[in-house]
Design a protein around this ligand. Structure first.
Ligand code: GTP
Ligand code: MG
Length: 344
């Protein structure tokens, strides 16, 4: 039988197949696997050895569907490798909805990177994803960091909420847009622009090259009004992911931001600690909802409540209060407590 320490040692020794298996482990819903996954994460997160290592830089990469995120990661990742860095990519596999996760999907779009021994590309199935991010991305990031990758890139599928979710897991957030005609800001919400660290106008090649340069200026102007805090002249770039153009400039800028970010280890650790608190609340919400939906007693109550809400007999928020009160009662019932003490 494999133990958490085997995974831990394997990851520390940079055994790639062990890293892949560990990500599969944390993604598993089987209770015995979850126990093992928690042991492993605990070993990593309390490891004195790992605490002394330089942290990975975690980048979130978001943007509209088809904007070129995967192609960008392929070019950008290869450019990082040329500069001597190692790269892990965590992505949602867009093909997994259709294929059940069996087709390589994004691995074909990141062919060079997937094949490189300085890179690790992990497409996770969309199934159960929360707003465009794989459900266990936080855990996968921790595993990749323990392995020792210099950069961890997290690609999201643009569904509005994913930007917020991913920005709470990473050090820097990159937003990819395209030089399309029409509304310059392509309907990007102000909140998303505010959390963007680097704006990248992709597909700046062929007939779109000139348009991209012009649109860059438009973006800088508009962004300076919309999200005033940042120096958009420095943090807006054009590039062509398809032809690997403009990557070096983006890397140099990220290295500058990285220096700034890690210059004060207090600030850096505060940011990461804040993210742990976000994780705590998200995990608590997830656990409460899961207990509520799984409870046998609650299933009946939920069904009846649904009927009352749908028939207009009861307002949703009134019904919600009743559901929650019923849930508290179920939780404090003696039968439930007995079950808990047996499990503990
Ligand atoms: N001309 C040009 N085409 C590009 C560029 N980058 C990506 N593409 C093309 O745009 C299409 C979409 O690219 P992807 O990399 O799959 O985009 P994505 O944002 O990852 O897409 P989803 O994951 O499906 O949301 C592909 O046909 C790419 O070849 C670029 O820099 N220039
Ligand atoms: Mg993609």
């Amino acid at each position: 039988m494999i133990h958490a320490t085997d995974f831990y040692q394997g990851i520390l020794k940079q055994n790639v197949s062990m890293l892949g298996r560990a990500i599969t482990l944390v993604e598993s819903d089987l209770p015995e696997k979850q126990v093992l996954a928690r042991e492993l994460l605990h070993l990593i997160m309390t490891s004195k050895e790992l605490c002394l290592r330089a942290p990975s830089i975690r980048l979130g990469i978001s943007g509209i569907p088809g904007g070129g995120k995967s192609t960008f990661i392929e070019s950008f990742g290869m450019a990082l490798i040329e500069e001597g860095k190692s790269v892990a990519v965590l992505a949602i596999d867009p093909s997994s909805n259709l294929s059940g996760g069996s087709i390589l999907g994004d691995k074909t779009r990141m062919r060079k990177l997937s094949a490189h021994d300085k890179a690790f590309v992990r497409p996770s199935p969309t199934q159960g994803s929360l707003g465009g991010v794989a459900p266990r991305t936080r855990e996968a990031i921790i595993l990749c960091e323990a392995f020792g990758f210099d950069y961890i890139l997290v690609e999201t599928v643009g569904v509005g909420q994913s930007e917020v979710i991913v920005s709470e897991m990473v050090d820097l957030f990159l937003l990819l847009v395209i030089p399309a005609a029409g509304d310059e800001l392509q309907g990007i919400k102000r909140g998303i622009l505010e959390m963007t660290d680097i704006l990248i106008i992709n597909k700046a090649d062929g007939i779109l090259k000139d348009r991209a340069a012009a649109i860059k200026l438009e973006y800088i102007r508009a962004l300076s009004i919309l999200a005033r805090k940042k120096h958009w002249e420095e943090s807006t770039f054009t590039c062509s992911a398809l032809y690997s153009m403009g990557m070096k400039e983006i890397i140099s800028y990220i290295e500058v931001l990285k220096q700034k970010l890690t210059a004060s280890s207090d600030d850096f650790h505060r940011k990461r600690r804040d993210q742990l608190l976000v994780w705590l609340w998200k995990a608590s919400e997830e656990k409460i909802l899961c207990d509520l939906k799984e409870s046998k007693e609650m299933k009946k109550i939920l069904h009846q409540t649904k009927e009352r809400v749908l028939s207009g007999e009861e307002l949703p928020y009134v019904a919600a209060e009743k559901v929650v009160n019923a849930f508290y009662e179920v939780m404090s019932s003696s039968a439930y407590q007995t079950l808990r003490s047996k499990n503990d």
